[in-house]
Every structure is written in C-alpha cells, then in structure tokens.
Design a protein. Structure first.
Length: 209
C-alpha cells in the first residue's frame, strides 16, 4: 500500500472525517448516498489542499461511465486522478431505516465486482470500496436468500467462489464470482456507526484500516 505515498493516508483521513459527519447527520435525504459521496469528495479535496497534494475528483452527481469488455454499461461513483494514476471509488451509505438488508448485501458484492472490473481493465491503478452504516445486522452472519453474500465482521471470501441468490434488484450477474480474496473488517465509528473498506489492486484486496 506504500506505492501511493501520502494518497492512501489522505483517503483514510477523508473516510474518518466523513464517518464523523455521517454520525452527526443520520437523517440525510433520499439521495443520501450521493450526498455522502459529495461530502467525501469535499473532505478529500480539503485535506489534499492543506497537504499540498494535487488531485482532481469527479462530481458524484455526474458519475463517469465505464463500458465492460462485454458491452455492459457501468457508472463509477467517483474517479480520482493523481499524478499519472486514476482511481475508482464505489460508495454505499445504508441506515437502519433503509431496510432491504439482503439486497444490499448482494449489491455490496456487486460493487466489489465492479471495483475488480475497473482495475482489470487497466484503466485504473486501483479501486476503493467504502460503506458506512448504522445497521448492526450487516455485521452479523446472514441467512436466507443472501446467506452466501454475508458481509459479517470477520468473514473471509475465497477468490473464485461462486455466490448464488434467487434474485437481485438490479441487473447483477448471478452467480457472482470475485477474483480476489476478501477479509471483511468493519471499523467502528462514533455513535454506533461502522465503516467497511477495501483497496482493490491488480492482484489483491486489503482493508484500508
């Protein structure tokens, strides 16, 4: 993780600052995931400016398009450009009031699949997945239709393991298979919020914390 120098430290600091804001404002509106990404974008830009760190960050309200090798259209939540490198970010923000926990577990793995797809294309140096929640159900083992998509604390996903579900809310390829190992580690935040994060590179994935 040292290959990006101070960039990863800025990314971690922006995550923690955004997490503190999330705890202060749990009743964000219907577009709260976009609002969260906008807050993260602003925090990262501010921290970078204070550190003399030059970067450009896309607008989360105007997501950058990405076309897969099989012509599937994706949209990247945030794209960060630093020096000669480009980084893709997928973000989630789920509260107790949102419900749909089984579907959100599946969508989290889909976001990781997208992160892998961005990196494997060669267009992005690395990708990052960040997820804020105050719903303790995600930290516990899953049952029912989303059992294979459990995101509980301590879960280890072994690469190339197919994940099955009877259905999903979006056009998610099922079964879903990831190409890297993942160890799920939730980071505690103020007021019983938690953060799940991954850095996905060409060969591995690792928690940011």
């Amino acid at each position: 993780m040292s290959q990006y120098g101070g960039f990863l430290d800025l990314l971690r600091d922006a995550c923690m600052t955004t997490g503190q804001q999330t705890s202060q404002y749990p009743n964000w509106g219907r577009d709260k995931e976009k609002e969260l990404l906008k807050a993260f974008q602003g925090n990262l830009a501010t921290l970078g400016s204070k550190s003399g760190f030059s970067m450009s960050i896309s607008d989360p309200y105007v997501p950058e398009g990405f076309v897969t090798s099989d012509d599937h259209q994706l949209f990247i939540d945030l794209v960060i450009e630093h020096a000669s490198s480009r980084f893709a970010v997928e973000g989630k923000f789920k509260t107790k009031s949102d419900g749909a926990i089984p579907d959100n577990r599946i969508e989290a793995f889909y976001d990781l699949w997208k992160c892998e797809t961005y990196v494997d294309s060669g267009e992005y140096e690395a990708s990052f997945f960040i997820w804020f929640t105050d719903q303790p159900g995600y930290l516990r083992g899953a049952s029912g239709k989303s059992r294979e998509f459990s995101v509980h604390d301590g879960r280890i996903y072994e690469k190339c393991t197919p994940l099955h579900a009877s259905r999903s809310r979006r056009d998610i390829p099922l079964p879903l298979t990831l190409k890297r190992d993942y160890k799920f580690k939730w980071t505690p935040l103020p007021l019983n919020w938690h953060l799940l994060s991954f850095q996905v590179t060409k060969k591995t994935s690792i928690s940011l914390f």
